[in-house]
Every structure is written in structure tokens, then in C-alpha cells.
Design a protein around this ligand. Sequence first.
Ligand code: AMP
Length: 225
Amino acid sequence: MEADRGGGTRLVLLGAPGVGKGTQAAEITRRIGLLHISTGDLLRAAIREGAPLGRQVAAIVERGELVPDALVGAVMEERLSRPDAADGFLLDGFPRTVAQADLLDGILAKRGQVLDRVIRIEVAEAEILDRLTGRRSCGQCGAVFHVRYNRPAVEGICDRCGGPLRQRSDDTGRVIAERLRAYRGQTAPLILRYQKAGLLLTVDGRGRPAEVFDRIAEVVPGLRG
Ligand code: AMP
């Protein structure tokens, strides 16, 4: 029997750090109001607030390693059980390992739901390095800018909420290398998994954010709304 797909759309954004997942997620959310859930944002918020979870993961995130599946899994299980996630969501930065993908399948299966699409954004590593080192994020709302490719109207100030822009502490040399290593080793295998499941859409992530969004909108139904 086919799973009851329930209301809403359930999407995953997949790709290495710096390919533009957060930027595209914000745009997709702006267009169609889909709930954006970023595990990186959730973990950084827990760290900022000094929550118990934050104290457990701070050093791991600082090093650019992946937080243990059990911890991230618990965070996502709780987040996806909230009422606002019942009508669909866009996951950014999760799943990042095979175990996390299994967990997500399990959570959805319990609800009689399935994923609709996995959107993989692809960018060459040389460009990723350039993007991550120039990236600036809003300390207040998380909006993402770049010192050359996506500049705010006023330097150092978020266009969206007026908050201060800063460089993420993990957007620096050695930590970036570790994050890319984690991506290659632990996350990239998910590409084949979702391809085999017939869910994968691969989008060229080069160019301006609006160009990349147009490519996503070409392949994902309903995004032009
Ligand atoms: P991001 O903002 O997606 O680049 O995530 C920043 C950091 O948070 C990563 O380098 C990891 O340390 C941690 N993190 C975010 N999502 C996950 C996940 N799904 N599994 C494990 N660690 C994660």
C-alpha cells in the first residue's frame, strides 16, 4: 500500500558546506512558506544559549566534526514532532549520515509520510572554499551574505532584520577542511541512497543565489508560487 503522503511538502536540501543550502532554504521558505529546519542553526542556538545540548556539542561543532547521530537524532525527533512540522518542512543540514537518513525514514513512516524530493546542490570544492571564507551570517536571524557575491546593502548589517553580520567561527581554514572531509566521508553516500530511491534532483549551485533558485524552481513543482 502506498504511504499516505499527508498534507504539505517534505523536502531535503543536500550538499557540502557552502553550496548555498541555507540561502536557498530561506528563499524557498519566503516563496512558499515551507518550514525551514536547519540542524546547524538549532545547534548554534543551543550553544549560544548555553543549553545542556549546547555544552555537549560546542567543541565538536568548533572542530568541524559531525555531532553524534544520537544527539542530532533526538533534536530532530523533537523538532519534527511539533505541530508546525505536520504540514511539511524543508530540512537543511539533515540527514548527514546514513544512520540519520534511517532515523528520518523511521520518523516519517510512523506518521505514514514519505519525503517528496531531495534537492542536491553541487559546487566544486575550490569554489566552496572561496564561498565559506567570505561568508557572513546574521547573528540575529541567521540570514547569509557574502563579502563579494551577496553583499548586504549596508556593510556589516543584515538586510532582513538589521542585526550584526559576523563570520562563523567554523568558517576558517582547518575547520573548513574538516567539514569537507566529514561531508565526503559521511554525507556523500546519501547521494546514491536517494538516487536509488528515485528522490534525488541535482542542481548546479554555481552563480548568483537567484540563478540557483531558478534552477531549483525548474525541477521542483510548486516553487514558483
Ligand atoms: P551547518 O550550519 O549545517 O554547516 O552545520 C554546522 C555544524 O553543526 C556542522 O559542522 C556539525 O558540527 C554540526 N551539524 C549540523 N547538522 C548536523 C547533523 N545533521 N549531524 C551532525 N552534525 C551536524
